[in-house]
Design a protein around this ligand. Structure first.
Ligand code: GLU
Length: 498
């Protein structure tokens, strides 16, 4: 069997991280079996369509490296891939069902339905429909139609027996038909509901495996009945588990935005993860390890390695939570592996977003030291702020130490400023040798350490910062000397103050 799978989002807003998760597994399965991955846009609920959502969605998928073989933008042999462009096909098959006795026209008006609902609810029936048009006499149907009354087409659900949904993760899931209503297939505006569209499209697009959220399992018996009525072969159904919010109460959603133990907001939208400074490869690695496990106790792997062993059948049907804390760890691992130039390029947009004008080349000396310190790319902003902003000088008292009393501090910083102004070349080795010597000569214990710690504070003016020599290289000779000059002036004043 050729594997043909699809991701079928509705363009109703942002890209949810759970959708990326679904899309990833679907896409991986296609790649594993040299099949096709199809992007189909389910936009028949036109009131919910949000302008720009489709572009946003496609950009998001591409960012994650999920490329489709057929889709609304690139076409393909089974297009169009946007459901509103396929309306005639759904109409044709809805009418086929009517003509063959599997469906019927229902003329209930909105008022009629509202009344019906109240009466039914009073009896504890939540179906919302009493099937009053199911066996309506054909001549009355014809008269209503001739008079121009709008209608929907409803499926004639069997009134007894069971519908069995074979689910790859759960086995056969059995539903009592008496529990099911006569679902609407075609709305009065001529557009299909999800139920008709999904069955028609999955059939005509030759979909082999339907991967979708567990929320569709409860209406899957209708889909099974539709396949039966049409006489079409069913796809393999794979209902993916729900992703719960970190609290475990309810599903992960923007509406019930929760907070992590750390006090941070839980990220839900795919673009929130990218803006929070996570790398593509780390995020993909992270998501793929939710509900499926790579095995061998390995948490870190490439997408190619994962594809080589991926199987839809190995996904666990149990509800899952995203282990957010693990993402930070994983992201840190990926950052550590980045060559300095790549890391500089990756952090640059975050610095720019913070309002700084970034010279990527100037960041290079700091990148090896940064790569072991960053968990997220956004962390770079706090570390590197000193490059772009000169914070106020710490009180002169803070650049002295019990091993570097004011007189020694003044001598050391003066020597350091002079040295920095003139040293040739201005490079790591020279800075290290020269400043170590100055420190050793001026501390009471003859060790450079206490002085170098104060130097770092004088240069970066941050409690948390990259190491000294790299910071000085990134800052450049003139600015480093100027910052030391500030310290010299402050210490001179301290010496003058009685
Ligand atoms: N449009 C549906 C959704 O966004 C797709 C479900 C499916 O994949 O069949 O949930």
């Amino acid at each position: 069997m050729t594997v043909r799978v699809r991701f079928a989002p509705s363009p109703t807003g942002y890209l949810h991280i759970g959708s990326v998760w679904t899309a990833l597994f679907t896409w991986m399965y296609a790649r594993r079996h040299n099949g096709q991955f199809i992007l189909r846009i389910e936009d028949t609920d036109t009131r919910r369509t949000v302008p720009g959502a489709l572009e946003n969605l496609m950009d998001g998928l591409r960012w994650f490296g999920i490329e489709w073989d057929e889709g609304p933008d690139i076409g393909g042999p089974y297009g169009p891939y946007t459901q509103t462009e396929r309306a005639p096909l759904y109409q044709q098959w809805a009418h086929w069902l009517v003509d063959n006795g599997y469906a019927y026209k229902c003329f209930a008006t909105a008022e009629e339905l509202a009344e019906m609902r109240v009466l039914l609810e009073a009896r504890g029936d939540h179906s919302g429909y009493d099937r009053r048009y199911r066996d309506y006499p054909p001549e009355k149907v014809a008269a209503l139609e001739a008079a121009g009354h709008p209608y929907v087409i409803r499926f004639k659900m069997p009134l007894d027996g069971t519908s069995v949904v074979p689910d790859l993760l759960r086995g056969d899931v059995v539903f009592e038909n008496v529990q099911l209503t006569d679902f609407v297939l075609l709305k009065s505006n001529g557009l299909p509901t999800y139920h008709l569209a999904v069955v028609v499209d999955d059939h005509f697009m030759k979909i082999s495996h339907v991967t979708r959220g567990i929320e569709w399992l409860s209406t899957a018996p209708l889909h099974v009945q539709l396949y039966k009525a049409f006489g079409w072969e069913m796809p393999v159904w794979v209902h993916l588990p729900v992703i719960l919010s970190p609290s475990g109460r309810g599903k992960l959603s923007k509406r019930t935005q929760a907070f992590l133990d750390s006090g941070e907001k839980v990220l839900v939208r795919a673009d929130e993860f990218t803006r929070a400074g996570y790398l593509r490869d780390a995020l993909v690695n992270f998501l793929v390890n939710v509900g499926w496990s790579f095995g061998d106790d390995r948490e870190k792997f490439t997408i190619e390695e994962a594809i080589a062993r991926f199987d839809l059948a190995a996904i666990s049907p149990a509800p899952v939570k995203l282990p957010y804390a693990k993402l930070d760890w994983l992201n840190g691992q990926y950052i550590q592996e980045m060559p300095p130039a790549a890391l500089a390029k990756a952090v640059a947009p975050f610095l720019a977003a913070a309002g700084y004008t970034v010279d990527t080349a100037a960041l290079l000396p700091l990148m090896p030291a940064m790569s072991v310190r960053l968990k997220r790319l956004t962390d770079a902003v706090d570390f590197l702020r000193f490059l772009y902003e000169k914070a106020p000088l710490p009180p002169a008292g803070e650049v002295t130490d019990k091993r570097l009393p004011p007189a020694g501090a003044l001598a050391a910083f003066t020597a350091a400023r002079n040295f920095v102004q003139t040293v040739q070349p201005y490079d790591y080795d020279q800075l290290q040798a020269g400043l170590n010597a100055i420190g050793e000569a001026n501390t009471t214990n003859g060790k450079a350490g206490p002085f170098l710690g104060k130097m770092r504070l004088a240069i970066t003016r941050q409690q948390v910062s990259p190491p000294l020599f790299e910071s000085m290289l990134a800052l450049g000779r003139a600015e480093s000397a100027a910052r030391l000059d500030d310290v010299v002036i402050a210490l001179e004043q301290l010496a003058l103050t009685p």
